[in-house]
Ligand binder design. Structure first.
Ligand code: ATP
Length: 325
């Protein structure tokens, strides 16, 4: 069986921004490679400043790379930007709706800007309002909508012209947990209904785990590892041991003590918590407690778990998502 065609490919993308007065230029992308199979969802995961938005801007023709190539839906972003824009729906970090228009007016306008006839834009608008649970609010100005409703409208606007590829930059940043869950459900339902390729960027490991078929972990402008969430997790053997201490200072002392425990590796500290890898977590626990006791370090909580995407991130990038520069 041949591999499914790629909806997105990026090869060796490099993008540098001027650094401003007296500052070094910023190399936002440093040879980024990416392939997204048609009909799949790829999660681009990385800390602030990793280069995710810059990659999105290049793939949606809003920025040009210094070097490297990219194709979306078979069109080269540099040579055929108009065809790329027709094939792509973009849901940016900032809202694309006009707060003074109603939800319906926003969708109709977006459809007309994309070159749809009034009739086609009208029927698509009604279908999308229904699908995203916005039909009741359709005739109210978006200014009065909740954050979750406005974000669902952004996704609907991205979909209005039936794009082959949807690019969503941080779908749920700023939403409360309930609105996040609702939007996840919409993205899943949309995928099931329309055979579409989705590229989404996120800081949230749980979001990437829940929505994406494959993940690409980005750090300092490059993809450091790529695979399905399960592949990435099973690439880490053994268990994760987590220890909560009373303070960051206690966590630093504990890290020094645990660094000498046989069978424990990859000890890292995040605030007053500490985590380490062990081939067999439950067998390692007595030695962990003995080591901490010997240094009179009080343990608040102790746990053993199978590796999470957090551990994958820490393993490949060398720091957690929260503490990244
Ligand atoms: N227009 C710009 N001018 C100067 N520097 C920029 C510009 N846009 C981005 N950068 C810098 O490029 C690097 C990558 O930024 P980018 O926004 O692509 O990262 P990101 O992974 O999307 O981060 P975030 O999650 O915060 O959106 C950062 O160091 C950022 O400060």
């Amino acid at each position: 069986m041949s591999a499914p065609p790629s909806a997105i490919t990026a090869e060796s993308l490099v993008k540098t921004y001027p650094g401003g007065k007296g500052k070094e230029p910023v190399r936002a992308l440093d040879g980024l490679d990416l392939t997204v199979a048609a009909g799949s969802v790829l999660g681009l995961l990385g800390p602030n400043g990793a280069g995710k938005s810059t990659a999105v801007r290049i793939l949606t023709t809003l920025a040009r790379p210094d070097s490297g190539r990219a194709q979306v839906a078979g069109h080269d972003v540099a040579r055929d930007p108009v065809a790329v824009r027709r094939a792509v729906g973009l849901v940016g970090q900032r809202s694309s709706s006009d707060p003074l228009l109603t939800g319906r007016e926003n969708l109709l306008l977006a459809g007309r800007i994309q070159g749809m006839t009034g009739r086609d834009a009208g029927s698509r608008t009604d279908a999308l309002l229904e699908r995203f649970g916005l039909a009741d609010a359709a005739h109210r100005r978006v200014r009065g909508w909740s954050g979750g409703m406005a974000r669902r409208l952004d996704v609907a606007i991205g979909l209005v012209h039936r794009p082959q590829v949807l690019v969503v930059d941080e779908p749920t940043t700023g939403l409360d947990p309930e609105a996040r869950a609702a939007l996840w459900q919409e993205i899943r339902a949309m995928r099931a209904q329309e055979r579409m390729t989705v590229l989404l960027t996120t800081h949230y490991l749980d979001e990437a785990d829940a929505l994406a078929d494959r993940l690409a972990l980005v750090d300092a402008g490059r993809v450091v590892v790529e695979g399905t969430p399960d592949e990435l997790k099973s690439g880490l053997h053994g268990d994760t041991v987590t220890v909560s201490l009373a303070s960051p200072a206690a966590a630093m002392t504990a890290a020094g003590l645990l660094g000498r425990v046989p069978g424990l590796r990859g000890v890292s500290v995040d605030g007053s918590s500490l985590r380490a890898r062990a081939d067999d977590g439950s067998r390692a626990l007595p030695a962990v407690l003995t080591a901490l006791d010997s240094g009179r370090v009080e343990v608040v909580a102790l746990g053993v778990a199978r590796p999470s995407l957090d551990d994958v991130y820490l393993h490949h990038v060398g720091h957690g998502l929260g503490v990244a520069a």
